[in-house]
Write a protein of this length. Structure first.
Ligand SMILES: [Zn+2]
Length: 512
């Protein structure tokens, strides 16, 4: 048998499309041709596979014409991950392992020149794709990647350290060096998700003293799924508050954790220690639009996708490139981002909560009780004007975060703990979900009118406030959603005037 087929997967977005590695050995002028990989990757892959096979003490068919084809041809195939399937294909075609036994397995792994297996990107995405499509197959991966893939429930995942560990499993029965099943210590093992996953750890809001107003706004944002903009002078504690936001959110479901981990796995940044922990991405304001929203070839997820089911914290908000900020509008509305580059489109999930922070003016001290502001009204307008109306419109809560003086800090007791606030957040979310099946932030215009259930006084209050503040219909709807969340936190069926009054306060931190 001089033709063999080995199954693997390519990565395009979160999709892990099936790839078949076909290996054909023929008599003729000796050569080693690889079809389906980019030119530069072919040479390296050939070298790794040839060296790994030889250094593992196996036979590389040097006297044959070897043709390897990775099908289909039009998928992005970042090299490395196909080393293991290519090597197995060559060994099967040259009858050093049994081709028939490879069926029912999928393989991925990069080979070192000595035959060691190196981890691949996106192992969890691969396992998740099999899981969601109901494909029952055994995954064979480098050990580190296998630990990641094993988090997906119901899969059958094997980890191996060396090419030989894999080869031994697929040799003919009589050719196997020993009949008894060798212990897992030899580098091959079925991998199970850790039975006792660690409890997610978040920084505690109890560490933040004072800031009653900001803490309340964070609680509302967490309960309703609202995005939040904090405006305050440098050193007022905005970052400290933002870094503690993820801990206030309800615990992740397994599906959410899988999606979030799959995106991190694509970016190569997943660690099993962060399993079930809501991520907080905090890119620097010099980040490019591509780094923020994703891009490149093949397309890679950006920071907004790394923040999927978690928090995107943007400090120095107006300092981000305008193009980067405007690119946030689509995912803030839809929870996904589509990246189109040349003929290729990839969609990444990006359902994050935005927590943004900014100084009130270029010098930072507008309205400060500690220091005078040196900015002209024109400078202040220009600074705040870097944030477009449509973008600000997508952030439901705008608050001021004043600095807390040293005396206030000394006298203040510890703040309420994250765990205690989260209890109220979970109850309010549950209340909203039972009523309308989604968090308040996701309500469309018609639905918010229906579910807000304003009483007469509340309706009057809202109409007056909107007229006085010159609000658009869109701004009014945003305030209504926040009022609905305030009422949910109070366990109230109908939104009352006091709830509206509080919500109105959360849209007045900026001048324009
Ligand atoms: Zn200033």
């Amino acid at each position: 048998m001089s033709l063999s087929l080995v199954q693997s997967r390519a990565l395009l977005g979160l999709e892990a499309a099936s790839v078949t590695v076909e290996v054909h050995l023929a008599n003729g002028l000796p050569s080693f041709t690889l079809v389906g990989l980019a030119e530069t990757e072919v040479k390296e892959a050939r070298e790794r596979v040839r060296s790994a096979i030889q250094n593992a003490g196996l036979e590389f068919p040097n006297n044959k014409r070897i043709t390897v084809n990775l099908a289909p041809a039009d998928l992005p195939k970042d090299s490395g991950r196909f080393d293991l399937p290519i090597a197995l294909g060559i060994l099967a075609a040259s009858e050093q392992i049994q081709a028939a036994r490879l069926a029912g397995h999928e393989f991925a792994g990069e080979l070192s020149l000595s035959g060691e297996l190196r981890p691949v990107r996106g192992a969890l995405a691969m396992a998740l794709a099999l899981h969601t499509r109901g494909i029952a197959t055994r995954l064979v991966l480098p050990t580190e990647s296998a630990q990641e893939a094993a988090l997906v429930p119901g899969g059958e995942v094997y980890g191996a350290r060396h090419l030989l560990d894999v080869v031994q499993r697929f040799m003919a029965e009589d050719a196997q060096p020993q009949q008894a099943e060798p212990p897992a210590a030899d580098g091959w093992a079925r991998v199970h998700a850790a039975d006792a996953a660690p409890m997610p750890l978040y920084a505690d809001l109890a560490d933040v003293k004072g800031h009653a107003g900001a803490r309340r706004a964070l609680e509302i944002a967490a309960a309703g799924g609202h995005s939040l903009l904090m405006v305050g002078e440098p050193g007022s504690g905005k970052s400290m508050l933002a870094q503690r936001f993820a801990g206030l959110l309800p615990p992740m479901s397994v599906d959410e954790a899988l999606e979030s981990a799959a995106v991190a796995s694509l970016g190569g940044s997943f660690s099993t220690a962060r399993w079930m922990t809501r991520p907080t991405s905090a890119p620097h304001h010099t980040s490019s639009a591509v780094a923020l929203v994703g891009g490149g070839s093949p397309p890679r997820p950006g920071e907004i996708s790394q923040a999927h089911h978690g928090v995107l914290f943007l400090d120095e908000f107006p300092e981000f490139a305008r193009s980067a900020l405007e690119a946030l509008r689509e995912p803030l509305e839809t929870g996904t981002i589509t990246i189109a580059r040349a003929a290729r489109r990839a969609e990444f999930p990006a359902r994050f909560q935005l927590i943004a922070a900014m100084n009130p003016c270029p010098c930072g001290y507008l309205g400060s009780t500690l220091k005078g502001c040196r900015c002209t009204p024109d400078q202040i307008l220009r600074y705040q004007g870097k944030l477009s109306g449509p973008l600000l419109d997508r952030i439901d809560l705008h608050i001021e975060v004043p600095a807390v003086s040293a005396q206030q800090l000394l006298g203040a007791p510890d703040g309420e703990s994250t765990a205690s606030i989260r209890t109220r957040v979970i109850a309010a979310r549950e209340f909203a979900l039972q009523r309308q099946g989604s968090p308040n932030q996701a309500l469309q215009a018609g639905a918010i009118d229906k579910h807000a259930a304003l009483d007469e006084a509340a309706r009057k209050f809202m109409v007056n406030a909107a007229a006085k503040l010159g609000w658009s219909a869109r701004s009014t709807h945003r305030a209504l959603k926040v009022a609905r969340t305030v009422a949910d936190l109070a366990g109230a069926e109908a939104v009352r005037a006091e709830h509206v009054a509080e919500a109105v306060q959360y849209r007045r931190a900026l001048r324009h």
